[in-house]
Design a protein around this ligand. Structure first.
Ligand SMILES: [Fe+2]
Ligand SMILES: [Fe+2]
Length: 233
């Protein structure tokens, strides 16, 4: 038997694992997505302003960056159909947006490649969060969401064009996680490129997502040589 602790010493008791409930996951997702929608808008906005101010082409980066922030906003709008933020949450989002937007704004002016790299790592965290959620679902710890009668929001079914029979909460999280994996690969790829002269390898992919998929399955993104090789052919 372990010896009795001396009187006055702090004893750290092991607490039982408390899985997060569905509303707790939604708070996390909503907060995460309000932050995730910022970098693409800042980077796309700054590149747009630079292009019209300097009368220069942008090598096609703007569309992909704005598309990313639109996609993140769709994640947010989907979760908002399931969770209504209270006053504290709104205040937190307001403050976080003010700080993060302005930090990203200055950061992107100073070093866009650093910002893309940072966003790549943040997206990796997002992939990890959604993977953990899927794991919890598979372990039966989120019964509301695995209930066969649970309906996901229509906005999500329409946006991802989710097929009949594949419209469960698990399917929805898989779609969102795939988006995050794509953002991760895209941002690491953009971080690998020359910020002024290199082309955006994903510009043609908005109608044909094959290259985006390649980035989604390469967590570190595409190497600069791979991108430039495509354009030298
Ligand atoms: Fe997201
Ligand atoms: Fe993302």
């Amino acid at each position: 038997m372990p010896p009795e602790p001396k009187p006055g010493t702090k004893v750290h008791k092991k607490t039982a694992y408390q899985p997060m409930t569905e509303p707790q996951w939604l708070v996390r997702f909503v907060f995460l997505e309000t932050v995730a929608g910022i970098p693409g808008a800042v980077a796309g906005g700054l590149r747009h302003l630079h292009s019209i101010r300097r009368f220069k082409l942008d090598q096609g980066w703007i569309k992909t960056l704005l598309e990313e922030s639109y996609n993140e906003r769709m994640h947010l709008l989907t979760f908002l159909e399931m969770y209504k933020p209270g006053r504290l949450m709104r205040l937190m989002v307001f403050a976080t947006q003010g700080i993060f937007y302005n930090t990203m704004f200055v950061g992107y002016l100073l070093s866009p490649s650093f910002c893309h790299r940072l966003v790549g790592y943040l997206e990796d965290e997002a992939v990890g969060t959604y993977t953990k959620c899927l794991d919890e679902m598979d372990k039966g710890r989120l019964p509301q969401w695995t209930d066969p009668n649970f309906k996901i929001p229509d906005i999500a079914v329409k946006y991802w064009r989710m097929p009949e029979g594949k419209q469960t909460m698990r399917d929805l999280i898989l779609y969102i996680r795939a988006d995050e994996a794509s953002h991760r690969g895209v941002n690491h790829t953009l971080g690998n490129l020359d910020q002024v002269s290199d082309p955006n390898p994903f510009i043609e992919e908005h109608s044909n997502v094959s290259h985006m998929h390649l980035a989604a399955i390469k967590p570190a993104g595409l190497e600069r040589e791979e991108v430039l090789e495509k354009y030298s052919r």
